[in-house]
Design a protein around this ligand. Structure first.
Ligand code: SF4
Length: 74
């Protein structure tokens, strides 16, 4: 069944086609990822930083209602 937002399923940022490398925020030993979806309230937010400011290797955010799954077959 569809959720309250009228969308079937929320996907995680790690599976979202809008997640992309943020070269400006990246450091020598750490790659930053940001949300590239201007529709999302998380637009330009870093996706692999915890609320405490810790830097994660992998994208850890749980996603938003505007995420779209990457199409791996193309
Ligand atoms: S915040 Fe939403 S739109 Fe942005 S990368 Fe994550 S799931 Fe995709």
């Amino acid at each position: 069944m569809a959720g309250k937002e009228g969308r079937a399923l929320r996907i995680k940022c790690i599976s979202c086609r809008f997640a992309k490398v943020d070269k400006a925020a990246s450091e020598k030993n750490w790659t930053a990822y940001e949300c590239g979806n201007s529709e999302s309230e998380y637009y330009r937010a870093l996706l692999n930083v915890t609320p405490n400011g810790d830097k994660n290797t992998r994208i850890s955010w749980s996603g938003c209602a505007y995420g779209e799954r990457k199409n791996r077959s193309l």
